[in-house]
Design a binder for this molecule. Sequence first.
Ligand code: FAD
Ligand code: SF4
Ligand code: SF4
Length: 608
Amino acid sequence: MDADIVCVGFGPASGGFLTTLSRGILKPDGSPAIESPSAPGLPLQVLCYERANDLGFGVSGVVTRARGLRESFPDLDSGQIPMAAPVTDEKILYLLDPVGASRRPALMRAADGVIRAMGGILRVKDDAMELPWTPEFLDKHGGLVLSIGQFNQWVGQQVMGSGIAQIWPGSPVEEVLVEDGGVAGIRLVDQGVTKDGKPSDGFTLGMEVRAALTVVADGPVGPIGRQLDKAFGIPEGHQAHDWALGMKFVVDLPETCELNPGTVLHTLGYPEPEIFGFFYVHPNRVASMGIFVPSWFDNPARTAYRYLQHWMLHPAIWRHVKGGRLRSWGAKTLQESGRRGEPRLAGNGYARIGEGSGSTNVLTNSGVDEAWTTGVILAEAVIELLKQKKPFTAENLDSAYVGRRRKSWVDKEGRVAERARDGFQRGIIPGMIGMMVTGLTRGLFAMPGKPMPPHRRLPSLEEYYRGRIPPEEIQAIRKESDAKGISVHAALMERVGWPAIPFDGELLVSHQDALLIGGKVQAPAGYADHVEFLYPHDCESCGNKICIEMCSGQAIFPGENGRPAFDREKCVYCGACLWNCSKANPREPEKGLVEFHAGAGGLNSAEN
Ligand SMILES: Cc1cc2nc3c(=O)[nH]c(=O)nc-3n(C[C@H](O)[C@H](O)[C@H](O)COP(=O)(O)OP(=O)(O)OC[C@H]3O[C@@H](n4cnc5c(N)ncnc54)[C@H](O)[C@@H]3O)c2cc1C
Ligand code: SF4
Ligand code: SF4
């Protein structure tokens, strides 16, 4: 099949691209301003393929300054978008440890003691201290609280309503067609295949779509972006070793909750010092709340789900949500190398936008507005090239798209943020100081630190729990957990003092219930497994098996002979397994032993 433009993925980046494109290539009366080069006489042929079962099944926070969004929608009324509210109140809370299990550095423990002793003066309430001010670089006043799912659906309806683009959900893109040093289009995944991709009942070969321009907007863990990196390389000195896993609940707040729509709470300090939390209030007593588990949190048994429950139970959070109910749940990784993770932005026949193109700002914790704006910038460049009847060559895209992007606020602010998180490579305290210094000096100074892939920085379980759990006990816990086919983190955490979770079936639910009730996770039949263990033999001798511990959906679990196994039916497509492997790939030492292909299914909730 032929088209003029084909897009991979429908998130905020594609939303910005297609919204701007639709306005530029239509006349005010709705008739086409630009004819299709591939089908003369017809309007431009634009197709967008999204792997999830519907538009808006992605995961995000979201609080955004909404600069780019407001430029696209100057008369934006937040009332038009379900779950949207203007930011009304923003606070940063430092959470003390109410249970005594958190692994805090000695300096932090001492500071906690001082904070508790001076609780009256420092406004300590419910084991939390409100910071006296929000640094300007984090401040989101004037912005919006959104649900990215609802926002993407709202944008998708408008784009499709304009008639310029067809957006196809449930259509994972398997590969880009690399030909003659450029990209000639895409191919969708095969259907009617076995777990290992062999043709089976109803086999259908993935359709090829040839296009003059392929827009890759597949987010932080997109396999298509990685194929381009492999085919064309990445700019020297760039790397994407920094990431975080974000996991969230969308909840119905209890009647007793007094927080107003538009309230934004950021938390730090608990359940572990490295884990940050967010709490955003939507209209109609609904809130999005969750945590980020970053790559530099060196716990080989790191688990987002269990930590999320402890965070929720912190008195400063629990007092707002006690008596509430789970509506939706989800998880997804964020690329946190920001501009330093920027790949080649364009080449012959392709361009990259969004988080996978290094747009996320790691100082302001903002990704949506940036991703959207990179899409807008590309659309402006494409309209210019189409009007000038210039082909989408590397040279033309470089001057029209990359040139524009370099002059944009996304790029300028991305440069300021570039080194903001380096201090975290040395620990939480240097990290916090580094963020502050970079923010307050607008990127002039930063705390030094070298981001590394997980296998180069992760200690073993024995090292991490040294002095708290004897190695032989860790081995016994591992043996018992393997026999039960479950991860070890729950047993290890409880052993060092984390209390059991008092499940209530409403908000404090088991991981499996979160998957079924909250995520409504589904995997359509007839697709191959999209998570692949490249060297299962090497997994047998892996002591950490962090792929199992970190898996957001319990889709990776102990299999036979010490190897991990994968259950596609539980996978939420968060991408954490791609980042979380404790062994180096012998062929590509910067990477681990897990490959993450294009896959179907996953979360079936548009509230995240
Ligand atoms: C828990 C969490 C909280 C966050 N909070 C905030 C916040 O408060 N403020 C903020 O500004 N940002 C926040 N972010 C970051 C923000 O969500 C991202 O920066 C933003 O979504 C990036 O947009 P994108 O379009 O580049 O990528 P994505 O939103 O990731 O969209 C990419 C799309 O491509 C699809 N795709 C991937 N591979 C394929 C394929 N092979 N074929 C077809 N489709 C494919 C994916 O399914 C996805 O829909 C948060 C992220 C998370 C996970
Ligand atoms: S995939 Fe990586 S983390 Fe998982 S068992 Fe294999 S080597 Fe260990
Ligand atoms: S297997 Fe699926 S749910 Fe588990 S970490 Fe990988 S992408 Fe996430």
